[in-house]
Ligand binder design. Structure first.
Ligand code: PBG
Length: 323
């Protein structure tokens, strides 16, 4: 029996009823804010392609994190812009590196905020690739050593969670082993398990000054056409010891967020990446879209698809809107 007995509009009549039957809720503690830390003092430089996002020196990042925490946002994930870059990404695993210093300062001043670190080499190599380049391609197994050293130095600095984003094979196992071997068995790994070679990272590469100087990342990041392979990547990372998994980007890959939610019993994150953010802001600045509504609708959709939490440049704005 359908219409006229069934009238779904009955439950849409008022905001109170809509609220009562709403299936997906957003809360500030669903969000992680990506932050870019740079050398210097009192530096806060806006990123052209990402309005409202900044490269900040350690002192300013600490201030920012205090505000982030006061809004109820769950945490921040740090990306570093080092003073110098080299062939061996040495700035990435230096205990005095930019991210390591930022982590120590934040954990000292804003202890309750979750501090995640992005573990990758592309911000630290002179060529902008995510690992050691041999014959024009990234060499997997050497790169694992750099990643393990980076994760370890982040843990030593006090990072709450390390998040490898490089897409080398075997990185989760290498990082787990390094952490456990040095007394950091309690530090969880959030693996960017299914990370695609996406054009939506464009604005980020300006923010992190990490665009590859030659070629692209398609020999290590995934082909956007491959959903089954994404599930296999997740399975492998879980076997290697990942505690949590991530799908990245988010909105163009909602189908995979849903599949992963249905298949794996671990916390699932999604990364609403720089291009997803910048498209909404750019359209809003042109008067073509309502920014707060586009922000909330996209975040709701990512949660509805099955993500437990979302890495998003909208974290502060959305938290403010949620009150
Ligand atoms: C590092 C890394 C990237 C992003 C997160 N970690 C860039 C890339 O892989 O090129 C992208 C994040 C964003 O676009 O917001 N490998």
């Amino acid at each position: 029996m359908a219409f006229p007995v069934h009238r779904p509009r009955r439950l849409r009549a008022t905001e109170s009823i809509r609220t009562l039957v709403r299936e997906t809720a957003l809360a500030p503690d669903d969000f992680i804010l990506p932050l870019f830390v740079c050398p210097g003092e009192n530096v806060k430089r806006e990123i052209g392609a990402m309005p409202g996002n900044y490269q900040m020196s350690v002192d300013r990042i600490v201030e920012e994190c205090a505000e982030v925490a006061s809004l109820g946002v769950a945490g921040a994930i740090l990306f570093g812009i080092p003073e110098t870059k080299d062939e061996t990404a040495s700035g990435g695993y230096d205990d005095q590196g930019i991210v390591q210093r930022a982590v120590r300062a934040i954990k000292r001043e804003v202890a309750r905020l979750i501090v995640m670190t992005d573990v990758c080499n592309c911000e630290y190599t002179s060529h902008g690739h995510c690992g050691k380049v041999v014959d024009g391609d990234v060499d997997n197994d050497t790169t694992l050593e750099w990643l393990a050293k980076s994760a370890l130095s982040h843990a030593r600095a006090g990072a709450d969670i390390v998040a490898p984003s490089d897409m080398m094979d075997g990185r989760v196992a290498a990082i787990r082993k390094a952490l456990d071997g040095e007394g950091f068995a309690r530090v969880p790994i959030l693996s960017y398990a299914a990370k695609f070679a996406s054009c939506f990272y464009g604005p980020f590469r300006e923010a992190a000054e990490s665009a590859p100087q030659f070629g692209d990342r398609r020999s290590y990041q995934m082909d956007p056409a491959n959903g089954r392979e994404a599930m296999r990547e997740i399975e492998l990372d879980l076997e290697e010891g990942a505690d949590m998994i991530m799908i990245k980007p988010a909105l163009p890959y909602l189908d995979l967020i849903r599949q992963a939610r249905d298949r794996f019993e671990v916390p699932l994150a999604a990364y609403q990446v720089s291009g997803e953010f910048s498209m909404i802001v750019a359209a809003a600045r042109n008067g073509w879209i309502d920014q707060p509504r586009a922000m909330m609708e996209s975040l709701t959709s990512i949660r509805r698809a099955g993500a437990d939490f979302v890495l998003t440049y909208f974290a502060k704005d959305a938290a403010r809107l949620l009150g």
